[in-house]
Design a protein around this ligand. Structure first.
Ligand SMILES: [Zn+2]
Ligand SMILES: [Zn+2]
Length: 297
């Protein structure tokens, strides 16, 4: 985590350096991405956008999420160094650009792209609206409730528990390793984006997290789409419970404010959520707005 903060600070002060100093640093910037192995054959990749996970097996490679095109190219180059096996499947936890814009780098490389059926529709709708269809690689495989497939010794299962961050979020379980990629269903100590335009529901998001806590166990390692500076993008059921509490406290707070006669503009000016003060930083207006809209719908 310290390294990440260092990179962040360095980026801010980069412009103040002399050209010679910038050249000294350029090596750093070319490798600003980071791979962390969670087991011998499962790792996470972080650079820009939602955390990527990958599985290396004797039968081939699986990748979960793709960040942006440059980032996924960095990842693919590194995977090639680690394994000569084909990329059997690229899984998208949901449609947002910071998880799927990099799909295009897998064109002709990944044998399949897999996502929940709503995620595929959302990706198509977004691309049409933004005239970005030529920059997409859409899923060629979708599922409704559950999807499972063996890859080497690992069993990969996707679960859909209804609307949360969007209406198409998958939980991706690597069963043997007991690792679950939560996509953006967990923002670790960071205020979440709640995509109501894509069917998000904060109320049901709580249910989704409850189902995950029930389905998996205390030894499960979770991978999170995003975390606040100084927090990890991996964690345990305790982090899911903390985020569940955050969503609950946000709804309780906004409901109380509505009952007290406060306007939306007044409510979204709050600087913290009572009972969930660990969530700091920018973007608090987004969950407050989403809670207000969901509660007054
Ligand atoms: Zn994201
Ligand atoms: Zn997202």
């Amino acid at each position: 985590m310290k390294r990440r903060t260092f990179l962040h600070d360095t980026a801010l002060t980069f412009g103040a350096l002399t050209l010679a100093q910038q050249n000294l640093f350029s090596g750093w910037f070319q490798q600003a991405w980071k791979i962390t192995m969670l087991t011998d054959d499962i790792g996470i990749f972080t650079e820009r956008g939602g955390t990527i996970a990958f599985l290396l097996s004797k039968k081939g490679i699986a990748v979960v999420d793709s960040q942006f095109p440059d980032q996924s190219k960095h990842l693919i180059d590194e995977l090639k160094k680690k394994s000569q096996k084909p990329i059997k499947v690229l899984i998208n936890t949901h449609h947002h650009g910071d998880h799927t814009a990099g799909n295009i780098s897998f064109k002709g490389i990944a044998e399949h792209v897999l996502a929940h059926e709503n995620s595929k529709k959302n990706q198509e709708n977004w691309a049409k609206q933004n005239k970005a269809e030529d920059k997409q690689l859409y899923p060629d495989q979708t599922y409704t409730d559950t999807w499972c497939q063996k890859l080497g010794k690992e069993n990969i299962c996707l679960y859909y528990y209804g609307a949360g961050h969007t209406n198409g979020d998958s939980l991706v379980h690597l069963e043997k390793a007991n690792i679950v990629h939560m996509g953006d269903l967990v923002f670790n100590r960071r205020h979440p984006f709640v995509d109501r335009s894509a069917g998000a529901s904060m109320k049901n998001w709580i249910t989704v997290l409850d189902k995950a806590i029930e389905k998996f166990n205390k030894k499960t390692t979770y991978v999170f789409g995003h975390a606040a500076d100084g927090y990890e993008v991996t964690g345990t059921a305790e982090d899911l419970k903390a985020f569940r509490n955050y969503l609950d406290k946000t709804l309780v707070f906004v409901e109380g404010e509505i009952k007290a006669g406060k306007s939306k503009d007044e409510i979204i000016k709050a600087t913290s959520i009572p009972g969930a003060e660990e969530w700091k930083g920018d973007g608090i207006d987004r969950p407050l707005t989403a809670a207000y809209e969901e509660l007054s719908a």
